[in-house]
Ligand binder design. Sequence first.
Ligand code: HPA
Ligand SMILES: [Zn+2]
Length: 342
Amino acid sequence: MIHHADLDDYIVALPKAELHLHIEGTLEPELIFELAQRNKVSLPYDSVQSLRDAYAFTDLQSFLNLYYAGASVLITEQDFYDMTMAYLKRAHADGVCHTEIMFDPQTHTERGVAIETVFAGIAGAVRDMQRDTGLSSYLIMSFLRHLSEASAFETLEAALPLREAYDDVWVAIGLDSAEVGNPPEKFARVFQRCKDLGFRLVAHAGEEGPAQYVSDALDVLHVERIDHGVRSEEDPALMQRLIDEQIPLTVCPLSNLKLCVVDDMAEHNLARFLRQGVLVTINADDPAYFGGYVADNYRAVAKSLKLSRSELAQLADNSIVASFLPIGRKAALRARIRAMAQ
Ligand code: HPA
Ligand SMILES: [Zn+2]
């Protein structure tokens, strides 16, 4: 027992960056109900418990249906602020020192919410949190891959006038939502435009989709980091490339379990990736839906995969290396981790 408490403290004390986090996936059922009341939005659930009971997923799409329904209560800037601040406080309690937060403007603009409202609410919370605690955040504006290339371009054009006002936080572009049948090629041109504009690029690949989507995200979209990527293991040449080029994977263990990407945490390939030298990181993805925040994810893999303290420190170090932080801040955080790894 004492040993477990120690390990818990160690996980929380490690400086960590969270790099794969959908802000809409941090909406807890209690906040969904509160915002529904505030905005007079009706929900097809009569209680917090009945909503929580519906979180029994069989695959990515079964989750996405509920995730988009939950996000429908977000209307005002204050709503986006409150959601983001609740997440940041929770992450801070877990020992997160930096986050790179994905958000999906199309989920909101399709319902008539102005993109300015989305940016203002999320960035407002991020700036207040940085000022008050030092926890820093960057924003990754993500395109929904089940929607068209034209819709992604429209979203980019609508957001670009805001770039200067948010240049302290909005640094990257991502790609999420239903993977299979929506391959990287579909977004080659819009990602090229984002690259030309100087954005950092990431994409979900190899969660439910094949290893080929991971290769294509690298070669066709020119992303520098892969979200999930767990199916890369099916292609040995790709695995060697990930190791040689130290391409980061943002792995989300509890998400993989809840969406049936893996059947049992003890079979998760995270430990194999780590021990082969892949730059894997641990993240929560959609913590309100998958049963845990980032420290819960570290705890789950530490236990099921029997990770050592030095492996946990390696995972925290990887999260700093894989972040988009400036090198000076990376060096300072890595020195703190190194001191804890001895
Ligand atoms: O894990 C995910 N995969 C794809 N789309 C998503 N949108 C939120 N979370 C996810
Ligand atoms: Zn994700």
